[in-house]
Design a protein around this ligand. Sequence first.
Ligand code: FE2
Ligand code: FE2
Length: 454
Amino acid sequence: MTGSRSTPESRPGDPRGALLGDRPGSRTVTATGDAARAFLVALAQGLSARRLYGADHPRSRDSVTAATGRAKALLAESRRPVFSLLGAEVVYGDQPLRDPGPVGLAERLSTAGVQRIELRGAPTEGEMATFLGELELALRAAGRPEGADPSAPAPGDVVAPTAGEPANLVWGALRPRDSEHGGPAGSRDGDMAWPGPGAESSGREMPDLGVELEAISWIWDEIRAGRPLPLVEAEGVIRSLGVVLRDLPPGSAPRVADPGAWSYGPLHAMHSALLAMAWIREGGGTPAEIMDLGLAGLFHDVGLVRVAPSGSFEHAGSLDASERRSLETHPLEGARLLLASDARLALAAVVAFEHHLLPRGGGYPAAARMGPTHPASRLVQLLSAYDALRSKRPFRAARSPEAAREVLRSGSGRLFDASLVAEFERFDFELPASVAPDPEGVTNGGQAGRHASS
Ligand SMILES: [Fe+2]
Ligand SMILES: [Fe+2]
């Protein structure tokens, strides 16, 4: 071990002990769901009135009044209502809405880049009208044809407050939490105090990632057994990996060269988390952003734990048609699992859902391709592909670092975001790390991804 990582309360005999941290504060939203649903219905009615009659028609103005009233009713119930929209799924505060109301609204909005709606205070009718206009613009932009004005709002990267500060109605793409709002009550800054770019490394002994890998394998076992996703332990893993990275030069990440009997699934999850964290750290990411990108990397393939619980895709032969179909459900399965677990995993859910969608269309889930994917999804797609290419699998040998980079270059723009591929050249993800042999001599967490980009 590196000896410098934080080791909160430890439980004797519990492999998670060294990784446990304090449970962060939870959101303050208390949801009955009725007021939330009514608010979404009012938004849907306001949008359809604008579409049918135009913004200045009395029906549209009435719908603005109604939506403003629904917003105030929601604020009477919750101090800061937040909606996360992902496909047809809606999470209100920490609670998935079983019946999110207007059919298709969440799906249309989320694919238009409106993945998060937050009420920060009681809106005026003017603010509500502006807000509905912005949603309408985002929906139109999502449907724009190829070659349309590139300066128009692009889904996935729009975060547009309404006029005036502070805005009471805020919407945008799901994004890493920041320390100002939306994050846990306890600041993580103290947990992960990152040195700035160019900071001196405090030591270069080879890191041992055995504790983290064991904890991830345990998390995978919990999920496979149908028990709740252990988020506290997952955050502990990310925090601990953060301490490992802190001892390394910015722009670099460790890689376990010889995993012994450890299986690919948890190892791929750990490497993907490390790469995403190193990338965002090098770009000056805040501790909360590093945490969220780490969780997104860690859980991007978590759907495979459900789709292939016994690692059934890890064999030397080709996948048959039914295995292929089954494999391609893992993004949706993963997103569902994460959304149902905790609102703090909203970004991880987006990444799980989108990490096999391609920059110019295609990929899977097939029906989901409607606009640019989230920047975090494009990042994890690239980095997890690099790790997959560098890993030995039953059906192929590991590629060398240069051969893996060449695969990324050759897929630039087609399989991977071209600007990320170009940036990738600056990073060194090959610092050697070790893990102790699997203590039980078994392939823990057997599931793995069977795809070149995972
Ligand atoms: Fe995947
Ligand atoms: Fe993957």
